[in-house]
Design a protein around this ligand. Structure first.
Ligand code: ADP
Ligand code: MG
Length: 470
């Protein structure tokens, strides 16, 4: 009951802040309990707690109030279940020693305070074993980014650095994290270089925590011992001191000939909260944009996902027509493609049924975001048509019957009928008070002509495109 409510609150939060922000800050928030007017929530780290309190307190409260108007307070606590005995001064998050050793072994030598304090700061963010170059599908929109990332991944210690930083930007779900993690996996697999992957959140968290425990120096030293620093979701880097430190780190690494790779959801010039020096340093390397996924690329990604699923579920298969359907209809981003395959897999496993087109249509319905058709107004049609045929709008509405006005008027009425939901009488009224049979006649006339007259049909198509784009 409480959990249901909590799910709905999370849903509200997600749609209010967007998928990316939600995943970064709220995905690990748990409900501890509701009592009278107050709700207790917990997060795993102190950093998350202070961030959410500073930036999202109101939002969280109002999402609760939308479900439970009586709620007036949110208490946010740091979960300590994993380390119940941890003294308050210490870092609140669990330590993963293995990762640190792989990422920064020399840390042990340079740290002046007990190593455990620094582990989490430099442990790197978790990597997803599936996000490698082998599973990355190349298409028109990401060829350059992929080539640059490959180049970085294949570099050897001491090689001259070709572009620094490599800065990749793209919208949500277009493969930034995938590419960055691929660089990290590939770079570390030779064991010759140290590649460290950090989300901006981790960078901030590590740094803030290190400052608190006064090991900033060790943290910096250790960072500088990295051959390749990979930072994901830079748009989340916030705060003056964090920025200053980021700037130092960036300069130190670049000046020392170490490679820096960065991903963000926008180009450096649009990172408003960063100061000019950082921005220009970021823009000074190679800045590559990854565009939206084309249909072919989407199909490739789906196939690669199915192949990966088949490694564990040999009986799982998705017929080509279903793949085509998904590639054609799920246009938004890679996450939805992944989600679609996961659902088909779950469904076919649970019900022991083969995947069919019908099942796919049902299962992924909510992932399909129909392009909201633009609402086109009759005024716009009249304006665009008048411009195209070099007549005035009042000519179109007038009773003049010369050929140079009659045809454009008929085209405009035809477009009004096919591109809006207006009725024939309504259209007639809007064209100088004409009868609905006149409109019908115009629509039929143009329909018939478009089938025969290629010039006219191209003109009509061009007009439609203009109207849709305006
Ligand atoms: P971003 O970090 O840009 O938001 P992700 O890298 O998390 O996006 O990608 C979202 C999903 O789409 C992931 O499952 C990823 O594997 C998949 N994806 C995106 N682009 C590609 C690609 N070119 N090849 C294979 N998978 C891709
Ligand atoms: Mg990402």
């Amino acid at each position: 009951m409480e959990q249901d409510r909590w799910s709905r609150v999370k849903g509200r939060l997600r749609s209010s802040v967007g998928e990316d922000v939600y995943t970064s800050w709220f995905a690990r928030m748990d409900l501890e309990g509701v009592q009278d007017e107050s709700v207790r929530l917990s997060v795993p780290t102190r950093f998350l707690k202070s961030w959410i309190q500073a930036h999202y307190a109101e939002r969280v409260l109002s999402c609760w109030q939308a479900e439970m108007p009586e709620v007036h307070r949110i208490d946010l606590t740091v979960r300590t279940a994993l380390r119940p005995a941890a003294p308050a001064k210490e870092m609140p998050a669990p330590v993963d020693t293995r990762r640190v050793e792989r990422a920064a072994p020399e840390l042990r030598a340079t740290a002046t305070t007990p190593v455990s304090v620094n582990h989490d700061a430099l442990g790197g963010s978790p990597l997803d074993p599936r996000l490698t170059f082998a599973s990355f599908v190349i298409g028109r929109s990401n060829t350059l980014a992929h080539a640059a990332a490959r180049q970085v991944a294949e570099g050897r210690r001491g090689d001259p650095v070709m572009f620094n930083p490599l800065y990749i930007h793209a919208g949500v779900g277009l493969g930034k994290t995938h590419l960055l993690q691929a660089v990290t996996w590939a770079g570390n697999s030779g064991n010759e270089r140290k590649v460290l992957y950090l989300t901006a959140e981790k960078f901030m968290y590590g740094f803030v925590a290190a400052l608190k425990t006064q090991t900033a120096l060790a943290f910096k030293e250790a960072l500088r011992g990295i051959d390749v620093l990979v930072i994901d979701d830079l748009q989340f880097l916030q705060g003056k001191s964090t920025q200053a430190e980021f700037c130092h780190t960036l300069n130190a690494l670049i000046d020392a000939g170490r490679q820096v790779v960065i991903a963000a959801d926008r180009p450096p010039s649009d990172l408003e909260s960063l100061d000019d020096r950082v921005r220009s340093r970021l823009a000074g390397g190679l800045v590559v944009e990854m565009g939206s996924l084309g249909e072919e690329l989407r199909l490739g990604i789906l196939k690669s996902r199915v192949a990966a699923a088949r490694a564990h579920h040999a009986s799982f298969s998705v017929p080509d027509p279903v793949l085509d359907y998904l590639a054609r209809t799920i246009t938004h981003n890679g996450r939805d493609l992944e989600g679609a395959i996961n659902r088909l897999l779950a469904h076919s496993k649970l019900n022991a049924q083969p995947v069919t087109l019908e099942m796919a249509e049902r299962e992924v319905r909510d992932l399909i975001r129909p392009q909201e058709p633009k609402r086109i107004k009759i005024e716009d049609i009249q304006r665009v048509v008048a411009r195209q045929y070099n007549v005035s709008r009042s000519d179109l509405l007038s009773s003049r019957r010369t050929a140079n006005v009659v045809r454009p008027r008929q085209v405009a009425m035809y477009l009004a009928k096919t591109m809006t939901l207006r009725s024939l009488p309504e259209i007639g009224r809007r064209f100088g008070g004409r009868d609905h049979t006149t409109v019908l006649h115009a629509v039929r006339k143009i329909e018939a002509l478009v089938g025969k007259d290629t010039t006219l049909s191209e003109e009509v198509d061009a007009l439609k495109r203009q109207l849709q784009q305006e």
